[in-house]
Structure formats: C-alpha cells, structure tokens
Design a binder for this molecule. Structure first.
Ligand SMILES: NC(=O)c1ccc[n+]([C@@H]2O[C@H](COP(=O)([O-])OP(=O)(O)OC[C@H]3O[C@@H](n4cnc5c(N)ncnc54)[C@H](O)[C@@H]3O)[C@@H](O)[C@H]2O)c1
Ligand SMILES: [Zn+2]
Ligand SMILES: [Zn+2]
Length: 395
C-alpha cells in the first residue's frame, strides 16, 4: 500500500510499504477514505525528530471502511463506516472505566512513561503505524472506533478523530462561566474549533482569539470571534486583552498553540541544537532538559484573570521547563490539560453533526489533496502558505 512516512526533519515521503495484517484477535484493518494532517504532526515534522525512525508511518486522524476484523472485535463488522480516534484504548481497564481513554492501562507505553499508545506518534507513544495510508491496522478495535452513519461526505465526521473532541475538552476544561470570557491562543484547527464550540454552547460569551496568520484571524472573525493580531499587539498583548475584558482579564484562557509557539527564540535555539545531535544524545536532552517553546503557556498565565482557568490543549514535551510558580500561586490559577479523551465527548458532539452543521465542519477543510501530495501538504501547512488551515488527504 501507499503510506506517508517520516524521513527526517521537515521531510516526509509517500512510499510503498507492506499492507497491514491482523496480528491480534482484537485488531481490525480499515480502508482509509480520508485522513487529516494535524498540528501535532508538525511537532514530529519539526522538533520531535529524535523520537522518530525513518520510515515511520504518520497520521492519527483517519476514517474509512472496515476491511477485515479479528475474532474479538465485538460488534465491529466488515463494511462498517468508522472514524478512528487518535488514541488506542481498550474500553475496559481502570482508566477506560473513568473515561480517561488517553491513559488506558492496556496500551500505556510504560517504557517511556507515557499514556495510551497513539497512532503515528513516535516512540514516546508506542511507534504504532499511523493512518496517513491506504490501510490501517487498528489495535483494540473492539473499542477504538466510532461508527458513523452512511450519507454525508467524510468531512462531516472525520474531525471526530481529534479536532472536535480536543476542542470540546479544551472548552470543558476551561470552565468558562455561562456569560463569561475566554481567550483562545492560536487559531489553527484546534483553536478555531474551540472558539466555535465556546460560542455555540453559549452565544452570550465573549470569545477572543489570538494568532499571527491573517486568514486564520479572518476565519474566526467571520464566525463572531473577536480577534487580536499578535503581530500588532506584540508586547502589549496583556494590555490589549485587559482593555477588552474590563481591566480584569478573561475568566479562562485556552492554549491551542503548543510547542511550535512563535516568540521564544532562546528555547528554539536549544531545540535546533538538540535537532543536530544524534538521537541517542538528543532524546535525554528532550526528556530531562527544558527545551519547549513556552511562549503561549506563559502568556496564558499572564492573561488569565486571578482565580481563572488555563486549559492547555497545545502539546508540550520537555521535562524541566521552568514555570512561573509565583504568578501561578499568587493568581490562584487552575490548570487542566492533556490529550483529549476522544470517545468521552462523542455523545455530546454527534448531535451537532446534522445537516444544519452548526459548527461548520462541512467546509472546515481548506484543502483536500491526494495522499500522494502529502509532502507538499505538510510544507504548506507548516509554512502557513496557500491559506492552508486544515488539510484532508484522500488515499
Ligand atoms: N490535547 C490534544 O489532544 C491535542 C489534539 C490535537 C492537537 N493538539 C495540539 O494543539 C495544538 C494546535 O493544533 P492545531 O492543529 O490547531 O495546530 P496549528 O499549528 O495549525 O495551530 C497553532 C496556531 O498557533 C499560532 N501561534 C503560534 N504562536 C503563537 C503565539 N505565541 N500566540 C498565539 N498564537 C500562536 C499559529 O500561528 C497557529 O495558527 C498543537 O500543539 C497540537 O499538537 C492537542
Ligand atoms: Zn491530530
Ligand atoms: Zn483501557
């Protein structure tokens, strides 16, 4: 089959690799019809290279049709139309019983001290072949699937794999009061969808989005979000946001930026240096030293009002990054974070995926490209060229 493989920093290719086969009774094979590129893939493309091997298959936002099932895949049947969550979870362990699917004890990557295995997401998360491919082996398939109805195009459902539950969790964790205010840092797919959900769930809220990319700002603005261009606000971001929130700051801040944050040159230099080291040396640098770009999380801490909540959905990876404990303690901030527990939120989201399309999923993608064009797609998504905000690859 054809698959998108990681080859090195900022280098992916489309290769012919062996077709996946059923290895365990709980496996299923899915024929992929749509598979997105995510901001999380950019971390692999750029800074998490030391945890990748050339040839690793990328991708964790796929959907398609069940092609083959093992003998223990429950009610999953050949021919079912399914979306595959980005995390692999069993559905019956201690953590899954608490709907903490990203912490599944059956698939936890214990040798790395990580939570549940993820598709296409480096050695940190089990080095499981990903879904930017013609076919995907789904472990724990009895639980790791979301059945969706026939009819609407893939666009309607494909974001159930990641964007929708991640944004839903970000908004839920932000704990925004009914008529309260939230600042969303980053208006990529996750931040954009978080704004849409925050407004949909309560149109009386004040939702402010911050980014640096004109078309991302424009897209949020068109849906009723107040936007701040970080290029213009610069060092005055705090003052600008306070002015917009009665001098106090927002009740909540959602960080939908993560490790690729713009505006932390020193850390990015350390990351670049780590990128030049052999993997065996670079991995401990990542795991033990603080090499993240924390610009966005620092501004979240500054911006949020005293006693407010910071909800982190952006992915961070360093182990010794300094956090401003004095501000966090003094401002009495609550923090919630983590990978989204996808299936926990699906029952809340499904009613919003009808023909009236209140969240605008049908035209959320800016690009639909053949799988073969993945190298170009990664490049324009990372460089924010050609208006690329969300790209769906079609095998
Ligand atoms: N928690 C989860 O389960 C989960 C799931 C999916 C994605 N993520 C993470 O969410 C983050 C966003 O994902 P995405 O797909 O929207 O990616 P993206 O890279 O398209 O979006 C990030 C946006 O942040 C903007 N930005 C950069 N620096 C900024 C700054 N200092 N202030 C404000 N905005 C800034 C960028 O211009 C960009 O538009 C990534 O870190 C990704 O790994 C987490
Ligand atoms: Zn994703
Ligand atoms: Zn489990």
């Amino acid at each position: 089959m054809k698959a998108v493989t990681w080859q090195g920093k900022r280098n992916v290719s489309v290769d012919t690799v062996p077709d996946p086969i059923i290895e365990q009774p709980t496996d299923a094979i899915i024929k992929i019809t749509s598979t997105n590129i995510c901001g999380s893939d950019l971390h692999l493309y750029e800074v998490l290279g030391p945890f990748m091997d050339a040839g690793d298959i990328l991708g964790h936002e796929p959907m398609g049709i069940v092609e083959e099932v093992g003998s223990e895949t429950g009610d999953l049947k050949v021919g079912d139309r399914v979306v595959i969550p980005f995390q692999i979870s069993c559905g019956h362990c201690f953590m899954c019983d608490q709907t903490l699917y990203t912490q599944c004890e059956t698939t936890q990557v214990r040798e790395k001290g990580s939570g549940a295995a993820l598709f296409g997401y480096s050695k940190l998360y089990g080095q499981v072949p990903g879904g930017q491919a013609e076919f995907l082996r789904v472990p724990q398939a009895q639980f790791t699937h979301i059945k969706v109805p026939e009819g609407p195009a893939d666009d309607r459902f494909v974001y159930l794999s990641d964007v929708l539950p991640t944004a839903w969790q970000a908004v839920t964790y932000a704990d925004i009061p009914a008529e309260g205010s939230v600042v969303v840092l980053g208006l990529g797919p996750i931040g954009d969808m978080s704004c849409r959900i925050a407004l949909h769930n309560n149109p009386g809220r004040k939702v402010i989005g911050v980014d640096l990319v004109p078309e991302r700002l424009a897209r949020a603005k068109a849906r009723g979000v107040e936007v701040v261009d970080l290029n213009e606000a610069g060092k005055d971001l705090l003052a600008v946001i306070q002015e917009m929130t009665g001098g106090r700051g927002p009740d909540a801040v959602i960080d939908a930026v993560g490790m690729e944050a713009h505006g932390a040159p020193a850390a990015s230099l350390v990351q670049k240096m780590a990128g030049l080291l052999p993997d065996a040396v670079a991995q401990p640098v990542f795991e033990k030293a603080g090499v993240d770009r924390l610009a966005a999380v620092y501004s979240a801490i500054d911006l949020v009002r005293r006693g407010g909540t910071v909800s982190l959905s952006g992915v961070y990876g360093g182990m010794a990054d300094p956090m401003p404990m004095m501000s966090m303690f003094d401002k009495q901030i609550q923090f919630r974070m983590g990978q989204a527990n996808v299936k926990k939120w699906v029952p809340d989201i499904l009613p919003l995926l009808g023909d009236d399309d209140p969240l605008g999923v049908d035209d959320f993608a800016t690009h639909r490209l053949p799988l073969a064009e993945a190298p170009h797609a990664y490049e324009i998504f990372q460089k924010k060229q050609d208006g690329a905000i969300k790209i769906i690859l079609q095998p």
